[in-house]
Design a protein around this ligand. Structure first.
Ligand SMILES: Cc1cc2nc3c(=O)[nH]c(=O)nc-3n(C[C@H](O)[C@H](O)[C@H](O)COP(=O)(O)OP(=O)(O)OC[C@H]3O[C@@H](n4cnc5c(N)ncnc54)[C@H](O)[C@@H]3O)c2cc1C
Length: 607
């Protein structure tokens, strides 16, 4: 049997596995990724790529590749609710409401807080691009049409049997760590992980199709249109979204339409029943789309009990699955990959003790729990918006009458429209969740707290307050180097810590250099000031840094603040040394047993 020895084995080639591979390569760590399908998935699934995900792409030098192919922000700058796409009845093609989304339109605070715009790039195209980018790295091997059949682990690593599904050739893979990025289908169950939460909340079908809808879709800037017809609410009436790929807005070539079925409806898996249902919901009897793919999925919000099982780490949908509302699934899967990659790199390069990997669960599991709650709540909010529109479930006649009153040019119509506007202020939680996207932070884990209390967050998830408090994402400010504008986030390179200082003579820079020379730390020191090479040209950084010019901010490779000193301190070298000892858990460097449960028995994966 062929044998491969590799530091990291990644199971699953979805967005999470592929970005794990890419991020590890960018830090010089070799990995092998196995994906059981012969090619990336055929369903659009995730479309919305948040600013934070784009920041991670930017840090790894691939943001330009995504932006050059993805949909510009202006084309996803609002979401709308309509009665139907077509039809000529008095209630057809009417718009109930538009809400601004994702940093488009007047939501200019998004541009203030990040160097990146959010964008729309469906998973059906993102995965092939990520595959290409991951595969192009010399450190990575990416094998499609291969699956992990079984694995076992011991104190030093994992041994997996990988099957080439084309010729059934088996390879024994020996890895120090295994990342289960398989959507939760195989690795988690094999190590005894349990997922808990809410399941079966709605049973959905997605039809991915090609059609010219320019005669009906009259809005170039709506990312998504929710339909609410008198017979059913927004999930039952359907959601239509543009997908590009070459033209956007009404001339989009491809579309996706999600709608729900009752779980006991025997026709929900019958392809023949889907097109008539689509025609009926969209009110286009002559619709003859070229159907590219059909997918069935159910809405759930579930979280795994543990992220780490000895040498096995779970990430992405293998650890948490959310309703698609707020678009947190793929985005948080990419953030898991980013959090895990620098820690794996530090351990594999012997910069950190294995127990640093425990901080992965301590940091990412609370974020996932919060994201699941958020996505469940924004999913449930659709009942509010439907009610605000005037839908009375199970009473089509009354709903229809309410819709007429809603559009009436009289006092009641104005009141109903004003009421919906108020209700939609709540549903900004889904489309303007700026703080959910940028403000997530780590209270426990690889951070050295400075004793400041956890700041209160906006309960509606909109207002992000930048802070350099340990555990938070480094705030973005534009600075200048060699006449070129760059973000403070650009000062942090993959796999390297960064010490930001405000003056050259406070001892922090010298202390850091001494530690680098002595301990081989992967640490850069950057002075940002009015006179340094990195210039705080408009003093934006000074207003955000929350420490004096004599202080220092240590940023982790994933752009989260690890520690900060508000001002100068005696013995800066000793201070920094103890900070790194805590962060990288370097003290017990020899003889310690890695934590976590080691399942010694061979486990066979479900097919
Ligand atoms: C309709 C819909 C809309 C969505 N919209 C959004 C959105 O706008 N934004 C957002 O962020 N998220 C969205 N999501 C969620 C998003 O699609 C998922 O969170 C994301 O796909 C998770 O990526 P992953 O890599 O963790 O898992 P997956 O995409 O499930 O990938 C896992 C991979 O592992 C492979 N695999 C499994 N077992 C093995 C094995 N033994 N050996 C080898 N390979 C194996 C599988 O074949 C699969 O390719 C949406 C989801 C749906 C259904």
């Amino acid at each position: 049997m062929k044998q491969i020895d590799i530091p990291v084995l990644i199971v699953g080639g979805g967005g999470c596995g592929l970005t794990t591979s890419l991020f590890l390569s960018r830090q010089g760590v070799r990995s092998l990724l196995v994906e059981r399908h012969p090619a990336p998935g055929r369903l659009p699934k995730a479309r919305y790529i948040s600013q934070r995900s784009m920041e991670l792409m930017r840090q790894n030098g691939v943001d330009g590749e995504v932006y050059s192919r993805s949909m510009p922000l202006e084309n996803i700058s609002h979401i709308r609710w309509c009665t139907s796409l077509a039809g000529d009845g008095d209630l057809d093609r009417r718009t109930f409401f538009r809400i601004e989304s994702f940093g488009g339109g007047s939501l200019t605070h998004y541009a203030r807080d990040s160097p990146c715009e959010s964008t729309l790039y469906p998973q059906v195209r993102m995965e092939p691009l990520l595959r290409e980018l991951a595969d192009a790295q010399v450190e990575a091997e990416v094998l499609y049409n291969h699956q992990v059949l079984s694995f076992e682990q011991d104190e030093d690593g994992v041994t997996a049997i990988v099957e080439n599904r084309a010729d059934h050739e088996m390879t024994r893979v020996r890895a120090r760590y295994l990342v289960g990025a398989d959507g939760g289908k195989t690795v988690g169950p094999a190590v005894g992980a349990t997922m808990s939460g809410q399941t079966g909340l709605a049973h959905m079908v997605t039809v991915y199709f090609r059609a010219d809808l320019s005669a009906y879709w009259d809005d170039d800037y709506a990312m998504t249109t929710w339909f609410v017809n008198p017979e059913g609410g927004s999930w039952a009436s359907g959601v239509l979204g543009q997908l590009g790929p070459r033209r956007f807005g009404r001339h989009s070539e491809e579309w996706m339409f999600h709608f729900s079925f009752r779980p006991d409806d025997p026709s929900r898996f019958e392809e023949a029943s889907l097109l008539p249902r689509m025609r009926e919901l969209l009110k286009i009897p002559e619709l003859s789309p070229e159907i590219i793919a059909i997918g069935h999925w159910s809405v759930e919000g579930v979280l795994v009990d543990r992220y780490r099982f000895g040498r096995v780490l779970l990430a992405g949908d293998a650890a948490h699955r959310h309703p698609p509302t707020t678009g947190l699934g793929l985005n948080s899967a990419i953030q898991d990959a980013h959090n895990l990659a620098w820690k794996l790199a530090a351990v594999v390069k012997d910069q950190a003790h294995d127990s640093l990997l425990d901080s992965y669960e301590a940091e990412r599991r609370p974020v996932a729990a919060a994201n699941i709650q958020w996505a469940l709540m924004t999913f449930q909010n659709h009942q509010l918006t439907d009610a605000g529109i005037g839908l009375v479930r199970g009473n089509a006649e009354l709903s229809q009458a309410n819709f007429r009153r809603f559009f009436a040019n009289d006092a009641e119509g104005r009141t109903r429209r004003a009421r919906l506007e108020q209700i939609m202020q709540v549903q900004r939680m889904e489309w303007q969740a700026h703080d959910i996207e940028l403000g997530y932070h780590y209270e426990l884990g690889a951070v050295v707290p400075d004793g400041t209390p956890t700041p209160e967050r906006d309960p509606l998830g909109q207002t992000y307050v930048p802070t350099t408090r340990p555990g938070h994402r480094l705030p973005h400010a534009w600075v200048e180097r060699d006449g070129k504008r760059l973000s403070t986030l650009d000062l942090v390179h993959p796999g390297r810590f960064t010490l930001l200082v405000g003056r050259p003579d406070t001892g922090w820079a010298q202390a850091a250099s001494a530690l680098v020379a002595r301990d081989g730390l992967l640490l850069d020191v950057v002075e940002v000031s009015d006179t340094a090479a990195v210039r705080d040209t408009d003093r934006a950084w000074r207003n955000l840094r929350e420490v004096s010019a004599d202080g220092a901010i240590l940023v982790r490779p994933d752009q989260h603040v690890a520690w900060r000193a508000r001002g100068a301190q005696a013995q800066p070298e000793a201070v920094l040394q103890s900070v790194f000892a805590r962060l990288l858990r370097r003290a017990p460097r020899t003889g310690a047993t890695p934590p976590g449960t080691l399942a010694r028995d061979r486990v066979a994966l479900p097919a």
